[in-house]
Design a protein around this ligand. Sequence first.
Ligand SMILES: C[S@@+](CC[C@H](N)C(=O)[O-])C[C@H]1O[C@@H](n2cnc3c(N)ncnc32)[C@H](O)[C@@H]1O
Length: 201
Amino acid sequence: MVEQSIWMQKVAADPGHSSWYVERFRSMARAGDDLAGEARLVDTAVPRGARILDAGCGPGRVGGQLAEAGHDVVGVDVDPVLIEAAEQDHPGPRWLVGDLAELDLPARGITAPFDAIVCAGNVMTFLAPSTRSAVLERFRAHLAPGGRVVIGFGAGRGYEFADFFADAAAVGLEPDLLLSTWDLRPFTDDSTFLVALLHER
Ligand SMILES: C[S@@+](CC[C@H](N)C(=O)[O-])C[C@H]1O[C@@H](n2cnc3c(N)ncnc32)[C@H](O)[C@@H]1O
């Protein structure tokens, strides 16, 4: 067992949190909001028909879009309510309940590694801090040769960017591109958001 994620601590404190989150994204989708920016970036970084892991997929917004673009998507999230919503709203990908700190997809019959692992929507800041390094190590372990890990999260959420870079380096992941937005603006010392594209050293 690993320490409970910050997300599931929130759910324990407020059992309506997951349904609120699902409805928030459903209403944005109904309103025609652009919910596909992360998926567009990832789509540019992989071959056609790539194998993609949506890590901390929530209700399937990013992985669902990538599956529509023709990729073979697996999504994993610790919150079963969100996985149920992903199955309803984005049928097609394999949506699995699990904690990323214990990610072992070969043990669940998914043996092929991934061309890309996308971890969008501040997932890194909702992990239990004690599990951050384990999650990054699990990402590296599930990467195909030449694969990319694409991680986005905001500043001021308890995980300093410098600590993230150090944790990634310690498990053998190093950046090949740092951005401050999903629409490709450069990362600078003043950036309040990070989109890191990493590869295995
Ligand atoms: C703000 S949501 C983002 C959801 C999705 N990535 C998106 O961008 O729409 C954060 C997600 O991180 C997931 N999460 C947090 N800790 C996790 C963990 N240890 N293992 C798997 N998922 C986790 C939560 O369940 C939640 O779905």
